[in-house]
Design a protein around this ligand. Structure first.
Ligand code: ZN
Length: 170
């Protein structure tokens, strides 16, 4: 990280207690709700996949072996996303900063190793699915589907923070 993350967090709106509770309590589980939504949606679109392949670096959430594609659903707090959903806790800040920095390093190493092995990776960030910057679900699933099936290079899908802040000001 992450010398810049605290400044980023300070510039954005603080999370509500409820948002923070969701962030802290739900994103560590293996089958987080956003991941289940992506899984069910892509299955409904006809795609088949393996789950949580521990043989691969970073244990991708979904493996589309026939497409050479991997999909990760990342919680913005736990994986240290550069977005307003990421905000270091006020207590034990140093501990959390170091921990999240390690997570980010591990994520970057996993993506690099996967790339070197010829995999394509798509990271879907939590903020694309939850909160005021979330995308319409059909748009999100459509983007995932096209990325998987059209052999597009590695990418990320973020929440639409630009539209979210424009809507708030308008
Ligand atoms: Zn995010």
């Amino acid at each position: 990280m992450n010398s810049k993350a605290p400044a980023q967090a300070a510039r954005s709106d603080p999370l509500t207690a409820e948002q923070r509770r969701l962030c802290m309590s739900r994103i560590r589980a293996t089958d987080t709700k956003p991941e289940m939504i992506v899984r069910r949606g892509l299955h409904a679109l006809g795609l088949r996949y393996r789950l949580h392949d521990r043989q691969l670096p970073g244990t991708p959430d979904l493996v589309f072996a026939g497409h050479g594609a991997l999909l990760f659903v990342h919680g913005c707090f736990w994986h240290g996303h550069d977005c307003p959903l990421f905000r270091l806790p006020a207590s034990r800040t140093d501990f959390w900063e170091a921990k999240i920095a390690r997570n980010r390093t591990r994520d970057a190493e996993a993506l690099a190793a996967l790339d070197a092995d010829g995999w394509r990776s798509l990271v879907v960030w939590e903020c694309a699915m939850r909160g005021r910057a979330r995308l319409p679900l059909d748009e999100l699933l459509g983007r995932c589907f096209h990325w998987i099936t059209r052999t597009l290079p590695s990418a990320e899908i973020n929440g639409d923070w630009h539209a979210a802040s424009a809507a708030r000001q308008g």
